[in-house]
Design a protein around this ligand. Structure first.
Ligand code: CO
Length: 178
């Protein structure tokens, strides 16, 4: 397993609509393992494949409490099939936008389907923080970022902050070296 570099906004891969996974093979398993290790190293609650420069429909999530150990979720070809409940506003961040946190509106619950690493279909209905993180990560594989949900003013500020900080770099964050 390896900790991968995380692509930073405005890296172009973050705007790609990612490809469906069709082969549930060793290279997919390697990607999932490396993504999990990268997410834990970066202390994130979720990570989508484009964030590690792989334009594939793959996400990993862990919303478990740190004191209760790891609770890794892997979703391949995830798809939200219904948005449920009220819209709720919560503070969100993203590993591709270090130190930027903004209030984002999401649905409080979703119906969701995906495949696991062997291709087996999964269906579930989730709410709470997990539902929010799934909405954030599924946006990523469609090239949508959390700043897109902000007012134009807040969006402009976040973009300018990122361009000022990282605009002259290669837009890759080496996790653990910050
Ligand atoms: Co993100």
């Amino acid at each position: 397993m390896a900790v991968l570099d995380i692509m930073l906004y405005p890296h172009s891969v973050l705007r790609e609509r990612c490809a469906e996974v069709t082969e549930f093979d060793a290279s997919l398993h390697q990607l999932l393992d490396d993504m999990a290790e990268t997410m834990y190293a970066a202390k994130g609650a979720g990570l989508a494949a484009p964030q590690v420069n792989e334009a594939q429909r793959v996400i990993v999530i862990d919303v478990g409490r740190e004191d209760r150990g790891r609770d890794l979720l892997e979703f391949v070809n995830p798809k939200i099939t219904a948005f449920l409940g009220d819209r709720v506003i919560g503070e969100e961040g993203c590993l591709s936008f270090p130190d930027i946190y903004e209030p984002v509106e999401r649905y409080e619950a979703i119906k969701f389907e995906a495949q696991d690493r062997s291709g087996t279909r999964i269906q579930m209905e989730v709410d709470g923080f997990l539902a929010i993180v799934i909405q954030h990560e599924v946006d990523h594989i469609n090239g949508v970022l959390f700043i897109d949900k902000l007012s134009r003013l807040r969006q402009g500020l976040a973009k300018r902050k990122m361009k000022k900080r990282y605009g002259k770099t290669d837009l890759r964050r080496r996790v653990g070296e910050e």
